[in-house]
Design a binder for this molecule. Structure first.
Ligand code: TRP
Length: 366
């Protein structure tokens, strides 16, 4: 790519980010006015345990949206696990662990639907007509696909990795979700999903233009600051810098003891110049609701050791009730399965209805 094309792409991204931000403000107001207008679809890949980054980045927000009265569908994206790896790992255990995490943090199975890809055949079948609506070069240009590929360290691009934005469009569109809470990096997926919805309705144009088969879903950008791992790098399991929701208080203390700080004994909140110290302060702040500057002032010249013990106490206290609930849930596999099976049943009814509509639009009912 030439540098002028680069610049063009950057400025377009910038403009679309600004648009998405402004749109999110409007959406938040619309939710307050009438939450029943919205249906949310979100989800996670069952590739490992959920950690603090997930909690403050998305889970907390999902629970709040649910509690504000928005119908929330939560997808355990089991088919997406194989996009960038050969083996699925201990998948059953991870799927049930994810369900336990969801319930422990406050996703309420009476109000929200928890379901998984592989149990909903009609969702996956949408991939066929949807694939006909995108071009190969469009998929190759998707920045999220590019960065996912880069993260696999030279692994060849699989057909599924290339097309997973289309699968994700099926996740969103099968249940006619019109709102998807995302981080900035996921905006291209939403754009692709809207294009697919638009092209489907154009190609199989219904006489009745007032009632398109699919909604045009909006991104709802999350407002939470990015939490880094305990070493100041991106929080990720493979770096051993995460605090997982199901860790014990002792394990949490151990991870934080190894956390990176800096030689200045006077603790200050200064994300630009002291990223590691500030990130630890942010963890404590998110756990207690207290301003990070105030926490820093209290620690004063107590140094990294005091900071770490303050963060450990704050996190352990905050996580204690979540961990307690999670432990009870994890011991009750029957209940976790019951929640998932119920969600799958609701998801199947919806997916069958949507697929029937799609086939009708495509004149495939015989
Ligand atoms: N890609 C998401 C993740 O990596 C999971 C996911 C699958 C998803 N389908 C989705 C998120 C649809 C939002 C919308 O965890």
């Amino acid at each position: 790519m030439t540098s002028s094309e680069d610049q063009l792409e950057n400025s377009t991204n910038h403009a679309s980010l600004e648009r998405a931000k402004a749109r999110s403000v409007e959406l938040e107001e619309a939710i307050d006015q009438d939450p029943s207008r919205f249906r949310i679809l979100t989800g996670d890949r069952p590739t490992g345990k959920l950690h603090l980054g997930h909690y403050f980045g998305t889970l907390k927000n999902r629970v709040e949206l649910q509690n504000r009265g928005v119908e929330t569908w939560v997808l355990v994206a089991d088919y997406q696990v194989i996009t960038d790896r050969d083996a699925v790992g201990p998948l059953r255990q991870r799927v049930l662990g994810l369900v336990a995490d969801y319930l422990a943090v406050g996703i309420d199975p009476k109000r929200s639907i928890i379901f998984n890809h592989s149990a909903v055949p009609a969702l996956n079948q949408l991939l066929l007509p949807f694939l006909s609506l995108v071009t190969e070069s469009e998929l190759h240009r998707n920045p999220t696909v590019k960065s996912e590929l880069d993260a696999t360290n030279g692994r060849a691009m699989s057909g599924l990795l290339l097309t997973y934005p289309v699968h994700q469009a099926a996740d969103i569109l099968f249940c006619k979700a019109n709102l998807v809470p995302v981080g900035q990096d996921q905006l291209p997926h939403l754009e692709q999903t809207r294009l697919i919805a638009q092209r489907f309705d154009r190609r199989y144009g219904r006489a009745d233009k007032e009632h398109p088969v699919f909604p045009r879903p909006d991104a709802l950008l999350s407002k939470t600051p990015l939490l880094l791992g305990t070493d100041g790098n991106k929080m990720s399991k493979s770096r051993g810098n995460t605090i997982e929701l199901d860790m014990t208080a002792d394990e949490t203390a151990r991870v934080l003891k190894k956390a990176k700080t800096d030689p200045d004994r006077v603790i200050t909140y200064d994300p630009e110049n002291r990223p590691e110290v500030s990130n630890l302060l942010m963890m404590a702040s998110l756990a207690t609701g207290e301003d990070p500057h105030a926490i820093a002032d209290r620690i004063g010249d107590g140094g990294g050791g005091t900071l770490k013990s303050v963060v450990t106490d704050a996190l352990n206290e905050f996580l204690a009730p979540i961990r307690e609930r999670r432990e009870e849930l994890a011991a009750n596999e029957d209940y976790l399965l019951e929640v998932l099976h119920h969600g799958d049943e609701v998801a199947n009814e919806q997916a069958d209805r949507t697929l029937a509509e799609v086939r009708r639009a495509m004149d495939m009912v015989y």
